[in-house]
Design a protein around this ligand. Structure first.
Ligand code: GCW
Length: 646
């Protein structure tokens, strides 16, 4: 099967390709721009023109827009894009592609575009060797890895280059090529196997993408033969400096390291009585002379807790571990924080760490791979969720300050011909890139862009159909899964499908505490774990009381009786029943809408999505029936509307 062109089908270049274009400037990314325009012209009959000739489109390396910014203006029949850096010129070209014919109509006042966030990154949780439990890609739902296959580099660099092209077209500029859980084979990418990483970096570079590597904190021991990985040991520091210098010999523009330390059993500084700042600064020092950055993950919590112990609250962990270290991290260390305090659930509050470390560089991590949101068998467009998180202001609506230096998504891409397994999951990847470029963008406008690019000739009925099935899909998914922010209730291990008590008596810190009287986790300061007080005002006050806590998050913050009345006017138990019935109905309706688009979508793609809708509806019914039956049996409260609950 051919590889799906995703949001860069040839027809997306029709407007550019039919015109006379002048590209002015030199450098590798300018060559990429030239190559793109030349290919489009070949297809659509336009041409590249020389200096003196009249041009419809000028793409020019000049001005002062910063490396990634560009300006666009149209006057006297010519559209001009200027940029002071190669990446900016490339982004400017893709901007014109997005505008399509509009780029060549009338006049356009000069507009400057610059990314609001400097680092826009995808982390691949790809293993080099197939892991006995996690497989080739940890939490991967799109086939194998684009980069690795069964212990080796996959070698298909054309595909990697095509991937880089798609990423550049939505504004992503960094990729980490291996899993943050760094196993034995993968550890060696840092040393004797760096050449394989260099090949990938070479294929991504023409699209302005820097390559990063996940490394193990124990590398000096497992690769260097040292007796310790203590960050304050001179031998350890020298080993990292040497290893890092050799990485830069192979990859001159290498981005840096990603580290998961003291997290879910990975090695880290705690073993040596050192702090996470000591750990991060060790790697930061090795990278600094070369201009690299260490991304140090804040996903540190006790994954061996006793479910009987109600005083330990996993949600508190990142804040408790890291806030005392504010100000201690090196300038080229970035703390990478999951957007919520738990783990990529369908509904979580924004992590209180965001905004609480003003003297530390921060990157926010979201999960495009749909581990907890339907595993790319369900349609769940996450744009609105990410947008809510990115618009969150730690001190209320007061500051418009900088939230993060970086935005990172765990990639949802594999070697699948549609890239993302579920063809409609491509929308998540595109939306992530565009929101990373501009976190204030309206996600629905971004969805519109994605539709227009992906299907340039789409009749209104297709556009409306795609919007109908994608727009509300996150809320639909939320409705038929765990209610009111309580989270989890998934099958342990693989995390697909319902199991209400699946994690209730486990060591993972993921409980809902349902009993015959009520459900939810008391995280208030007055009577609970105190998590609510990790927020600044007004959030700490708002979350503290069930009276002011938003309905969506009620069970995340409070344990309430089933008869507790929500702001919506419904009781908690009736809300659970109603949303679960509605969620299934909405999934069925989406399946119906998709079925009506048969004549407008490529048959292979239509069939793939139609199959997945069968599975989504089956699974949604399973969720509905297990969750509703569970709560009926616990509470004894019947459904007001007398529907079938088993
Ligand atoms: O969500 C959990 C996943 C793990 C993952 C971990 C993490 C890479 O279940 O598979 O490990 O988060 O983010 O480190």
């Amino acid at each position: 099967m051919d590889i799906d062109p995703a949001w860069l089908p040839p027809a997306a270049f029709r407007a550019v390709g039919g015109r006379r274009t002048l590209v002015r400037g030199a450098g590798p990314l300018v060559d990429t721009v030239r190559g793109e325009v030349a290919a489009a012209c070949e297809r659509f009959g336009g041409r590249m023109v020389p200096e003196e000739a009249r041009a419809d489109l000028v793409l020019e390396l000049t001005g002062d827009t910063g490396d990634e910014g560009f300006a666009c203006v149209r006057a006297d029949g010519t559209t001009t894009v200027t940029a002071s850096g190669g990446p900016g010129l490339l982004y400017g070209l893709f901007h014109v592609v997005r505008l399509g014919e509009d780029a060549f109509r009338g006049e356009r006042a000069r507009e400057e575009h610059r990314p609001a966030v400097a680092l826009r990154m995808l982390d691949h949780w790809d293993n080099v060797a197939v892991h006995p439990v996690m497989g080739q890609v940890e939490r991967g739902y799109a086939g194998g890895s684009l980069f690795w296959s069964d212990g080796r580099a996959r070698g298909d660099l054309e595909r990697v280059r095509a991937y880089g092209r798609l990423l550049a077209a939505c504004g992503i500029n960094a990729v980490a090529v291996n899993n943050v859980n760094v196993h034995e084979t993968e550890a060696r990418l840092l040393t004797d196997r760096i050449g394989e990483v260099a090949d990938i970096a070479g294929a991504l570079r023409p699209y302005g993408i820097r390559t990063h590597l996940s490394v193990t904190f124990a590398a000096p021991v497992v690769l260097g033969g040292l007796p310790t990985a203590d960050p304050l040991d001179e031998r350890v520091r020298a080993w990292w400096a040497g290893a890092t210098a050799r990485v830069y010999e192979a990859i001159g523009d290498f981005g840096g390291f990603v580290v998961k330390a003291d997290s879910e059993g990975r090695p880290g500084p705690f073993a040596y009585g050192r702090t996470h700042a000591d750990g991060a600064n060790l790697l930061a020092a090795a990278l600094a002379p070369h201009g690299g950055t260490v991304h140090w993950r804040a996903f540190v919590y006790d994954h061996r807790q006793d479910w009987r112990d109600r005083t330990t609250d996993r949600a508190r962990a990142a804040y408790d571990h890291f806030v005392p270290l504010d100000g201690e991290f090196a300038a080229n260390a970035v703390l990478q924080v999951k957007h919520g305090p738990m783990d990529f659930q369908v509904r979580e509050p924004v992590s209180p760490l965001i905004g609480a470390m003003p003297r530390t560089r921060l990157a926010v991590e979201v999960q495009a791979t749909q581990e907890y949101t339907g595993q790319q068998r369900h349609v769940c467009w996450l744009g609105p969720m990410w947008s809510e998180a990115l618009r969150f202001r730690p001190d209320g609506e007061v500051s418009a300050g900088r939230l993060a230096d970086g935005l990172v998504a765990v990639s949802n891409v594999g070697d699948d011909p549609f890239w993302t397994g579920h063809p409609l999951a491509q929308a998540n990847l595109y939306t992530f890139g565009r929101l990373a470029w501009d976190p204030a963008a309206d996600p629905r406008a971004v969805l519109g862009e994605w539709i227009a690019l992906t299907r340039p000739e789409a009749p209104a009925r297709l556009e409306a159909g795609l919007r109908a099935v994608l727009d509300g899909s996150w809320r639909t998914y939320e409705k038929y899964t765990a209610p009111l922010g309580v989270g989890f209730m998934v099958q342990p291990g693989h995390h697909y499908g319902p199991s209400v008590d699946g994690y209730e008596y486990s060591p993972w810190g993921t409980y809902h505490f349902a009993d015959r009287d009520g459900v939810g986790v008391d995280r208030s300061a007055a009577t609970g774990t105190g998590y609510a007080s990790q927020y600044a005002k007004p959030w700490s006050e708002l979350y503290e009381s069930p009276d002011t806590c938003p309905d969506d998050l009620l069970l995340f913050f409070h344990h309430v009786p089933y008869g507790h009345v929500l702001h919506s006017g419904k009781t908690v138990i009736q809300h659970i029943y109603d949303t679960h019935f509605e969620g299934v109905e909405e999934a069925e309706e989406a399946r119906r809408v998709w079925a009506g688009l048969t004549d407008l979508v490529d048959p292979a793609q239509h069939a793939r999505v139609a199959d997945r809708y069968e599975e989504q509806v089956r699974c949604a019914r399973e969720w509905r029936d297990q969750v509703n039956s569970y709560f009926l049996r616990k509470s004894g409260v019947p459904d007001e509307r007398g529907r079938t609950i088993h």
